[in-house]
Design a protein around this ligand. Structure first.
Ligand SMILES: *Cc1c(COP(=O)(O)O)cnc(C)c1O
Length: 436
């Protein structure tokens, strides 16, 4: 399996991350365990910041919190000077409690509840990304009541069919997200926002999909958006200051994945936007992006202990681990693919085909279909699955009353608990024994 960041084989022959032996991590914090390579997150952010700059307009990078969010992660994002994207009241609350500057927060979502909009306006967040017409009335009502004005972007759909897995494609003419650039009443919506005394209309937002490998899709989207901005300026005299290109930058999961280095993708986006800004001269001032997976994906790994190995009559070999779809639902949800290893046999090339299966009561509870592990894999071994930093912890569930694993950040030979492992007691926290 491919190693990232500080992950390496130490002098004992074990996988270490952040200078900490993974065998020790498994012993101390129990398995399953999410391990985050703090230095890799930091250096990735630094690379992005360096590449995503222009002398012609302002740039902003917001971390898409839904990929992986804890108060510790929010502190890291704050220290690195990034903005933060949230999609719910719960994420807003977490950011607030973590002491994140709310002026750097952006709220997304296709069905923001009135109380979420109230929280956002009260906290004084930077931007609400408006998804649909019904939302406008809600924002106006809240702002009127509170005597505030809220900056907004409008989520548009430029109709770019990004080449990615069907279920995680969010752009196209039937998407549940945003308003199509090709919908005639988009102009009326923009006019309404622009005229509203409670709203400051700043521009457009788009997010064309996830796990996108070809930067051309971002370029196509920029092209469509700038054409539209030009039209708005010419027809209505409305100047759009801000364009947010969303996230979706692809990362390596398995052999064959070959994403372009993120700094190259971001440089291409900057260069193209500069060309558009020069070509149209429409008062454009700010370009934003919102990476999630590309900041934390490769930095995360999950450790499990092997509990059994089953050879079926049908010739399929299962390696059973002590977690499963409760800590990583991505394989079951959209056939995600991963690489795995055994932490003290990382260089053992004498492998065989195995299916890495969880312990939950679902046949679909698989982490890796037809993967490879050393033939010498045995009960008690610690298995590692790579690139689990994004959309694993945040999608975890209590199915089968599994406890949510702990999360540790490792750096410079030290492991710090970011989320403590749940106890059985924690599972009963909100249960009530009511009178029958
Ligand atoms: C999910 C999402 C992101 C982040 O996507 P990644 O694939 O994790 O980079 C950014 N913006 C919006 C609006 C999203 O929905």
């Amino acid at each position: 399996m491919k190693l990232f960041g500080t992950a390496k084989i130490n002098e004992k022959g074990n996988l270490s991350i952040g200078g900490v032996d993974t065998i020790e991590l498994a012993k101390e914090f129990k398995t399953p365990l999410y391990v985050m390579d703090q230095e890799l997150i930091e250096t990735t952010i630094d690379k992005m910041k360096e590449a995503f700059q222009s002398s012609r307009f302002k740039t902003r990078i917001a971390y898409a919190g839904k990929a992986f969010l804890t108060t510790g992660m929010i502190k890291l994002v704050e220290s690195k000077g990034l903005d933060l994207d949230v999609v719910s009241g719960g994420e807003l609350y977490t950011a607030h409690k973590a002491g994140f500057p709310m002026k750097r927060v952006h709220l997304h979502g296709n069905n923001k509840l009135v109380n979420e909009i109230e929280m956002a306006v009260e906290y004084g967040i930077d931007t609400i990304v408006v998804d649909n017409e019904d939302e406008i009335a809600k924002i106006e009502k809240v702002c009127k009541e509170k005597g505030k004005k809220q900056a907004v972007l409008v989520r548009i759909d430029p109709g770019i069919e990004a080449h990615t897995h069907h279920y995680i494609k969010t752009s196209g003419l039937t998407s549940k997200f945003g308003i199509s650039l090709f919908q005639e009443n988009l102009i009326d919506i923009v006019k309404r926002l622009n005229d509203s005394p409670y709203i400051e209309f700043k521009g457009f937002h788009t997010h064309i999909g996830s796990q996108i490998f070809q930067s051309a899709f971002f370029i196509f989207a920029l092209d469509e958006i700038f054409k539209y901005l030009d039209r708005l300026k010419k027809e209505l005299g409305i100047v759009v200051h801000t364009v947010n290109m969303g996230g979706g930058f692809g990362v390596y999961y398995k052999n064959g994945d070959d994403p372009k280095p993120i700094e190259e993708v971001l440089s291409e986006i900057i260069t193209y936007t500069e060309a558009m800004e020069i070509k149209y001269q429409i008062g454009f001032k700010e370009l934003c992006i919102e990476p999630g997976r590309s900041i934390v994906g490769n930095a995360g790994t999950t450790l499990y202990e092997v509990g059994g190995i089953k050879e079926t009559v049908g010739g399929k070999t299962y390696v059973f681990i002590d977690g499963g779809m409760s800590d990583n639902i991505r394989t079951a949800l959209y056939q995600a693919e991963y690489e795995a290893g055994v932490v003290n046999k990382m260089e053992d090339t004498d492998t065989r085909d195995v299916t890495l299966a969880g312990k939950l009561c679902e046949s679909g509870d698989i982490i890796i279909q037809n993967g490879k592990l050393p033939k010498s894999t045995k009960v008690g071994d610690i298995v590692v699955v790579g690139t689990t930093g994004a959309y694993c912890y945040t999608m975890s569930s209590h199915y089968n009353r599994m406890v949510t694993p702990g999360v540790v950040f490792v750096k410079d030979g030290k492991a710090k608990v970011a989320v403590r492992r749940e106890s059985y007691e924690d599972l009963l926290r909100n249960d009530e024994i009511f009178e029958l």
